[in-house]
Ligand binder design. Structure first.
Ligand code: SF4
Ligand code: SF4
Length: 347
């Protein structure tokens, strides 16, 4: 059966049209006053201003609050070094990008601790991801409002609703598992032997001696050491095959959606070649398309993909970005078949 995907043209995105989407999906009616909703947003890396506008986030919070439900804006820290690599820096950047608790009238929570060290594991039936490492704070939420900015991505082709929660609600170790084929390693010539990494390693997996700096096979892949190393000597192998990353992202979405209901939004606005994790602001690669929303994350991503696939394939001819859509459908996350329903302000 085809999933319903709601579409709002760029100039029609307003509190009224967003409220109509919530009414048509009846998403909020599934929750009781005891439930908490996690509104997943990407605040954008430093110097990147193509992230989702805080005004949209505020509109959606106001709609949720009309139903008396509790909502928090949530994120996790990045795997790579940058302005979002730990909770303190990340919250500061969120404010700089217009996402303050005062403005949004909702708490902002970084769900995986100060350094990404707080996670819980969800066993899966898959062979690629056997236990997904999810941000521990996610356990407090029974619903997810997934607000994704749709754009290109140099590893997987595009980033939409599936990627926004897969990467965005995994702890650092989960992000590492999706991005990397191997464990971490230390660049011995760079290491200054300060031993800061030893203090955070939960597995006593790091060996720093006068003659060598090593990560042993005791490593559990939590990635906490990456954040504390002051000189970036701990190396991530970013060469994971695109196909592997896409498959693992789908498996992480499966784990995230166990016992959790979600609604997914793809803002196909300011569609840039690269993701909001880049520390620069790119020009959009095409005119704005609008907003797509659905209870089905596969249909929601596929509806935008069908509008942008020529441009994305031209940009990344070496990638097959449809792997995540095909595999997500195969493992039961949703369907690529959809019915597009336009929502207008005046109706
Ligand atoms: S060496 Fe492995 S287990 Fe230790 S902090 Fe680094 S990633 Fe985590
Ligand atoms: S934190 Fe970095 S520089 Fe310090 S000992 Fe560990 S790897 Fe070497």
């Amino acid at each position: 059966m085809a999933a319903e995907v709601y579409f709002i043209a760029p100039k029609q995105i307003s509190s009224r049209t967003l409220e109509k989407v919530f009414a048509r999906t009846r998403f909020l009616e599934q929750f009781t006053l005891k439930d908490r909703l996690a509104l997943k947003v990407h605040f954008g890396e430093k110097n990147n201003y193509n992230h989702l506008a805080p005004e949209y986030v505020k509109m959606i919070i106001e709609i949720i609050k009309k139903s008396q439900l509790k909502v928090s804006v949530v994120e996790t820290s990045s795997l790579y070094r940058g302005a979002r690599q730990n909770r303190t820096a990340h919250l500061k950047l969120a404010i700089e990008h217009g996402f303050s608790e005062e403005y949004l009238n909702a708490p902002i929570e970084i769900l995986d601790g100060e350094r990404g060290e707080e996670y819980f594991e969800v066993p899966t039936p898959f062979t690629s991801v056997k236990k997904a490492k999810l941000a521990r704070g996610l356990q407090n939420f029974s619903g997810i409002v997934n607000l994704a900015h749709f754009k290109g991505h140099f590893v997987v082709g595009f980033g939409g609703a599936l990627k926004n929660i897969a990467m965005g609600l995994a702890a650092k170790g989960g992000k590492l598992e999706m991005h990397s084929e191997t464990k971490l390693s230390i660049k011995e010539v760079k290491c200054q032997k300060c031993k800061k990494c030893l203090e955070v390693c939960p597995a006593q997996a790091i060996l720093i001696t006068e003659t060598s700096s090593l990560i042993t096979n005791k490593c559990v892949g939590c990635a906490c050491c990456v954040e504390v190393c002051p000189i970036g000597a701990i190396k991530i192998n970013w060469d994971s095959a695109s196909e592997t990353t896409q498959v693992r992202m789908a498996e992480y979405v499966w784990a995230i959606l166990q016992n959790r209901r979600a609604i997914h939004f793809n803002f196909a606005i300011k569609i840039t070649p690269n993701c909001d994790c880049m520390d620069f602001t790119e020009d959009p690669m095409m005119p704005d398309i609008g907003l797509f929303a659905s209870l089905d994350p596969v249909a929601c991503d596929n509806a935008v993909w069908e509008q942008v696939h020529i441009a994305i394939r031209n940009l990344y001819p070496q990638l097959n970005p449809e792997i995540i859509l095909e595999y997500s459908e195969k493992i039961g996350l949703g369907t690529r078949k959809y019915k597009l329903i336009e929502i207008k302000d005046e109706e």
